[in-house]
Design a protein around this ligand. Structure first.
Ligand code: GRG
Length: 294
């Protein structure tokens, strides 16, 4: 099976699980379900849960062992995007070519839909851990909470907000992206690895791979922001794309950023050597992120 087929297979499993995961049927607040479902099923790439499934399969484990955690990370990712789009943050009208959550359901409901997705993520992980004899799931949950929280994605978002309108140095730029984007890419890789019972050395290798992948993902995002006009469609004055902000491209220039992207990706792939041919999908995934157009 080639990379694209395997990726579609993973995405299908994730879509099916996510689609069934919001179980609100109370007519008094069915609108909350609509708002949660709207963003959760809005056509994201499912990069993070795919990573979790791919790690589990590489390690020879049943995908169901990590599926609840994979989908929970996607819920956390979705909540972060809903909140990031709010007027108090990036103030965006469109995401993935569709109106943002608050533009359809209003700000209050968008905040609540994000909050509810975050809670559902942990409820599902806890339920999965309770019904499992795998005690490592608790540690996996701790890692996810850390990477999504103040020492991870939320911390990165705060650095981003406090950097607005300022010219920032390389260290601050890297720290911001390591936390804001990188942490939630490390979460599925490390959580899946821990659930599957890897050795400390294997965990370190996979963690290093994910660090590089997250960095490459962000550099590519910055390159796409400059190169893809579509990225800027629907943005309001004051939103990211139109306001002067430091990115890898503004700091290093486009050509240097492309070289950095290549170097970071290739280095990331070297951490997979020990896993041999079983790591083929993860290698291809890293390469596909370099080539992505959106
Ligand atoms: C509001 C707590 C809080 C955090 C927001 C994730 C985030 C932090 C902000 C999103 C802003 C942004 C565009 C970050 C760059 C990298 C990134 C996370 C892109 C979106 O991820 P993709 O490309 O999205 O995986 P899809 O749409 O495929 O799910």
């Amino acid at each position: 099976m080639n990379f694209t087929q395997k990726q579609s297979e993973y995405v299908q499993i994730i879509e099916d699980t996510l689609n069934k995961s919001i179980k609100i049927d109370n007519p008094y607040y069915i609108s909350l379900k609509d708002a949660m479902q709207y963003s959760l099923m809005a056509g994201g790439k499912r990069l993070r849960p795919v990573l979790a499934l791919a790690v589990a399969e590489m390690l020879g484990k049943d995908l169901n062992e990590v599926l609840a955690f994979a989908c929970s990370i996607e819920m956390i990712h979705t909540y972060s995007l809903i909140h990031d789009d709010l007027p108090a943050m990036d103030n965006d009208d469109y995401r993935r070519g569709k109106l943002t959550n608050h533009k359809v359901y209003g700000e209050a409901m968008a905040i609540l839909a994000g909050d509810a997705l975050l809670n559902l993520a942990y409820e599902n992980m806890i339920e999965d851990a309770i019904n499992s004899s795998n005690s490592r799931k608790l540690e996996a949950m701790r890692l996810i909470a850390k990477y999504a929280g103040a020492l991870g994605m939320i911390g990165g978002q705060v650095i981003d907000l406090s950097s607005e309108g300022k010219s920032i140095d390389e260290d601050r730029l890297k720290t911001m992206h390591r936390l804001k984007t990188g942490a939630l890419i490390k979460a599925p890789v490390e959580a899946a690895a821990v659930i599957c019972g890897v050795t400390d050395n294997e965990l370190k290798l996979l963690s290093n791979f994910a660090t590089n992948l997250g960095l490459a993902f962000q550099i590519k995002d910055d390159i796409l922001d400059v190169e893809g006009d579509i990225e800027n469609m629907g943005k309001k004055p004051g939103s990211d794309a139109l306001c002067e902000k430091t990115t890898y491209v503004t700091m290093f220039g486009i050509e240097q950023s492309k070289k950095l992207l290549e170097t970071v990706t290739n280095e990331g792939i070297t951490y997979l050597e020990q896993f041999g041919s079983k790591a083929e999908f993860l290698r291809d995934m890293a390469k596909s992120l370099v080539e992505r157009t959106g």
